[in-house]
Design a protein around this ligand. Structure first.
Ligand code: G3I
Length: 393
């Protein structure tokens, strides 16, 4: 286990020792960033601090992706992990367990065990579930990617998959990431990488939404991607596509930014405005996979300044979502470094989540808690004022 040093320095002090990008990010950070625990740290619960109707979620670790660690599925084996998962969050997302290669390992066989366990856990803990994902270029089983299927067969395979998976959890999934990462950085459809778009054309995207809606009319259906936090070529492509689909009456309900951030880069300052333009189209918006990775010093222990900068990014992402009317779902991609995907995918980087490997809370955790609590208080004040006005009439 790596020890962690809790940051006590005020952000202003920390900013002095940060590199250029970090300094400018910190300079326009809200002055009320509070990253210290409130009085009774152990009683801080993100889900209780959240305003009514706001969902604060985490990915449920899929297990096994620390290359050097051959551990069993943490969701079923780690009691401390499960306890925190139930206490802190009122929304959960399947990190891997609902992806094609997990849930549909053979042409004629589905494996619902891990996904069912998440849905059951969520029911027991009064949590909603985000389903992830139905149409993606990655983590597809070999039988699908290497299979020699005709276009008609592929279309019926996708329809059957969506109908079966969405149908199984109908009424139990709040939001589905129907189409995941369909555009590249230039805003072009991933026409080569994505088997569905390559073989069946872009029209298949609308069909996927229609089939999902038929299978569960209550679920909110989303486009989900990374690198779309700011207004840029990729998010513009989603903006144009969602407008088109809405005009055609396709049941698209939401646009979500994953928000895999890194302290190497400045904070995506256009996030709130970008979410707002989708909100103005009548869509729900969401943050679905937030984590903030950093370059680790040789000791492996982040400095106070790094942890403060990370807390700042977490807080600003949450604030952007809270500021947009129909951004009601805010999910972090795992809550402990113990099971984070980051160190495996980014050499030398890590510490991306809000808790250490032994579940100690970082400044980022407190920043989220304090921001949620402040939003809840403001909300209560607003309702109270409204109620008083109505009552006087
Ligand atoms: O299941 C195998 C296991 O049998 C094998 O022993 C082990 C050895 O490496 O690998 C296991 O599969 C791994 C899988 O996670 C489950 O643990 C894959 O190698 C590994 O690549 C996979 O990584 C996942 C990654 O998506 C793949 O694209 C991460 O856990 C998951 O956090 C990440 O999540 C994605 C979102 O779905 C979409 N947005 C980006 C985000 C981060 O990449």
């Amino acid at each position: 286990m790596r020890p962690i040093r809790f940051a006590t320095a005020a952000l202003a002090t920390a900013a002095l020792s940060l590199p250029l990008a970090a300094t400018s990010a910190a300079a326009d950070a809200p002055s009320d960033l509070r990253t210290a625990p409130r009085a009774k740290d152990q009683h801080e619960r993100l889900r209780s601090a959240a305003p009514d109707g706001f969902y604060v979620g985490t990915a449920v670790a899929g297990g096994g992706h620390h290359l050097e660690q051959d551990y069993p599925d943490p969701f079923t084996s780690d009691r401390e992990y499960r306890k925190i998962l139930g206490q802190q969050f009122n929304s959960v997302s399947a990190e891997n367990q609902m992806k094609w290669e997990f849930i549909h390992p053979e042409r004629d066989r589905y494996d619902f065990e891990a996904a069912d366990a998440i849905a059951d856990f969520a029911d027991r803990h009064r949590q909603v579930v985000r389903g992830h994902t139905l149409l993606w270029h990655s983590q597809n089983p070999e039988w699908l990617e290497q299979g020699d299927f005709s276009k008609e067969e592929l279309r019926s395979i996708l329809k059957e998959h969506i109908t079966t998976v969405v149908g199984r959890y109908a009424g139990r999934i709040q939001q589905w990431d129907v189409a995941n990462e369909i555009f590249d950085e230039q805003g072009n459809l991933r026409a080569e990488e994505n088997i569905w778009i390559r073989e069946l054309g872009p029209e298949i995207i609308a069909d996927a939404f229609r089939w999902a809606h038929e299978a569960d009319p209550e679920a909110l259906l989303f486009f989900n991607d990374y690198g779309v936090e700011d207004d840029n070529a990729k998010s513009d492509a989603y903006y144009a596509l969602t407008q088109e689909l809405i005009a055609e009456g396709v049941p698209v309900h939401g646009f979500s930014a994953q928000a895999h951030l890194s302290t190497r880069y400045g904070f995506p300052g256009g996030l709130e405005e970008n979410l707002r333009r989708f909100d103005e189209l009548g869509l729900e918006t969401a943050i679905t996979e937030l984590d903030v990775r950093m370059d680790l010093p040789e000791s492996g222990v982040p400095t106070d300044a790094q942890l403060e900068q990370q807390a700042d990014y977490y807080q600003r992402t949450l604030s952007a979502c809270l500021a947009v009317e129909d951004c009601n779902s805010f999910t972090i991609w795992g809550f402990t470094d113990k099971y984070s995907w980051v160190p495996v995918f980014f050499e030398g980087e890590g510490s991306a989540t809000v808790m250490t490997e032994d579940f100690a809370r970082k400044p980022a955790f407190h920043a989220l808690y304090n921001t949620l609590l402040d939003a809840k208080k403001k909300d209560c004040k607003k309702h109270w004022k409204g109620w008083k006005k109505d009552w006087r009439r």
